[in-house]
Ligand binder design. Sequence first.
Ligand code: AMP
Length: 217
Amino acid sequence: MIRKKNLVFLGPPGAGKGTLSAPLMEDEKLAHISTGDILRAEIAAGTELGRSAKSFMDAGKLVPDEVVAGMVGKKLASAECASGFILDGFPRTVAQAGLLEEAMAKIGMKLDGVILFDAPEELLLKRLTARIMCRKCNTGYNKIFCPPKKEGVCDKCGGELYQRSDDSLETAKNRLAVYREQTAPLIEFYRAKGLLFTIDSSLPKQEGYDALRAVLQ
Ligand code: AMP
């Protein structure tokens, strides 16, 4: 059993936030709110929101704060988040963290912990450019570190595996730069609030998961 259940996963792209969200949400019945997944679903559905987000995402830039904060606020207020949640990829700016605080205060919620996924950039680029995911169920794989049993096919649902357009080398580099400039200031923001816990996300998946559970006790 873990004690901290209202969580933010903070860290650069490729650090394993999505990878470790999957077992944690299953073992602890937490809701998983990935703003990236929500935006990709909007793009796939061809919505207005998806169309406006796509150009930012393809360039490796951040979608405007108000757009993502609005999406998250709605989710947090829903019943699925009542017994705990993982915010994966949100907040990504100090302004978003402020909007999150406001949204949570309105519904009487508070964060239990912000988990910083720490890994060297060299490894992140290696992971990002070899990353593939399922079109149907979003399960993530990696051609080098965690390949599917059959090339191009999801082990879980048989769906088609694809490479995200923003995982090309050039866009991945942009995303890391955006992380350093706009998201990394959140480390001090949450450290000052006594909410920050760091795990070494260069570890293999199981060891990383054990380290994550240890800080959530
Ligand atoms: P992710 O799946 O978390 O790597 O996000 C993919 C892309 O979606 C990012 O590079 C951004 O363009 C956009 N995105 C996801 N979450 C946010 C956020 N909290 N704020 C702004 N843009 C976001």
